[in-house]
Write a protein that binds this ligand. Structure first.
Ligand code: AMP
Ligand code: MG
Length: 406
């Protein structure tokens, strides 16, 4: 059996990142991956401006802590004032440019305006007080986002803040999916609204598609494929045609009803791995022939929790690599176990757990690979090494789902 690390390293080494790129409007670039570093042509802020509503002054005029100054101008945000003369103050509003001559802002709570057009400044500001300096966030020419950055809301805001209206990104990864199993029924399609005896709903289709959508992939869905070698081979050929990657669920064991292995071997190449991980032991990784190259192939186990966790541990980093994004191991946090786990598996277990009000971890009572409830109840996974029993109070490595789903 391979360790999680060994299997993942093998996959990442085999990955050929997509190199085609396109320019997209920044407004439509959520989730995309930058192909080139982005630099700012401007400084941010572009000029010294005030952090507060108040009065812009010459600090030297206010040294007494009780200065009475003439209000010579009013500068709202977006307007430009004139030079501030000695003995004068400018009424100023957050974000407005500091007028030449002024070197401090006094917040309005420390000032008293009078009917005669003067103001008393009851504070002796330091030079520079409440002034946001030009370039204090970003200097002109600075790289703000390196190549390979996956663009989230924060990155899009930053790009827009320096005026970038369009961004060069990796073209979307094209992923084909299909779901093996004669027992599968689509929600809403059970004959007469009744699930037939022995049938189950195709939940993996929903989980996997949402995971792929969140990674910015274009999905071609071939739906449910019957458990025959011929149907599996035919679908593989169609799926390979225009796609970078094919992902399937189910049929990866080596039973008579499991056709993924012989089908992929006939249409390309396959590594069938037994990985020392629970849930999710079998994983198929290979390639399916098509004109002009091969499509990568990843066959996930059918059990819904296995399929979900295998995606998080293997498929997600593989997709990030294909997209040219950096692949970092998920961050784990040392947390206290508020439960006992006395019969650990020989494999590396990923246990569904939840953070409790005392700052420790509770374990979902049923860790079976078919129990999807655990994935909704949990906040993340405990990465438990092989043969490691856990006693109440022990420190364990907890990986929040947020580390694996972003
Ligand atoms: P398999 O990997 O095909 O042997 O399936 C293992 C288990 O997962 C069986 O109980 C299947 O019924 C179940 N399963 C397979 N495919 C799906 C699916 N798409 N959605 C939900 N459960 C599935
Ligand atoms: Mg099956």
């Amino acid at each position: 059996m391979l360790t999680v690390r060994e299997a993942l390293d093998f996959m990442l080494d085999a990955a050929r990142p997509v190199i085609d790129s396109e320019i997209v409007p920044t407004l439509c670039a959520n989730g995309r991956v930058l192909v080139a570093p982005q630099a700012s042509t401007i400084a941010v802020p572009s000029a010294d401006n005030t952090h507060m509503d108040g009065y812009a002054v010459r600090a030297a005029d206010c040294a007494s802590g009780q200065a009475r100054l003439t209000v010579s101008q009013r500068i709202p945000a977006g307007h430009v004032g004139v030079r501030l003369e000695p003995g004068c103050a400018a009424r100023i509003f957050t974000g407005a440019m500091i007028p030449e001559g002024a070197d401090a802002v006094v917040m309005q709570e420390q000032c008293e305006a009078h009917e005669d057009g003067t103001v008393t400044i009851r504070h002796a500001p330091a030079s520079g007080e409440w002034i946001r300096r030009a370039g204090e966030d970003i200097t002109a020419g600075a790289v703000i986002l390196p190549a390979g950055t996956r663009l989230r809301s924060q990155e899009l805001g930053l790009a827009a803040s320096v005026g970038l209206a369009a961004l060069p990104v990796v073209r979307k990864l094209r992923v084909a999916v299909f779901f093996t199993g004669d027992e599968l029924t689509m929600p809403g399609e059970a004959p007469g609204g009744q699930l037939a005896p022995g049938a189950i709903y195709n939940s993996n289709r929903f989980t996997l598609r949402a995971l792929l959508e969140n990674l910015g992939c274009t999905i071609t869905d071939f739906g449910i494929v019957p458990d025959t070698l011929e149907a599996t081979r035919t679908t593989l050929r169609s799926a390979a045609r225009d796609n970078d990657l094919i992902i399937t669920s189910g049929g990866v064991s080596v039973g008579e009803e499991d056709h993924i292995k012989p089908a992929v071997e006939a249409e390309g190449r396959l590594n069938m791995w037994q990985i020392a991980v629970k849930p999710g032991k079998p994983l198929a990784f290979g390639e399916v022939r098509r004109e002009g190259g091969d499509a990568f192939f990843l066959g996930l186990p059918g059990n819904p929790v296995s399929s979900f966790i295998t995606f998080l541990l293997f498929v997600r980093p593989f997709i990030l690599r294909l997209q040219g994004a950096p692949v970092q191991p998920p961050r784990g946090f040392a947390m206290r176990a508020d439960f006992d786990w006395s019969r650990p598996d020989r494999r590396n277990e990923f246990l569904r757990a939840r953070i409790n009000a005392e700052g420790g971890l509770d374990l979902f009572p049923n860790q079976s690979s078919g129990v999807l409830t655990s994935t909704v109840w949990g906040d993340g996974l405990i990465d438990n090494p092989p043969n490691q029993a856990i006693a109440r109070g022990d420190s364990v490595r907890f990986i929040p789902f947020s580390e694996l789903l972003h």
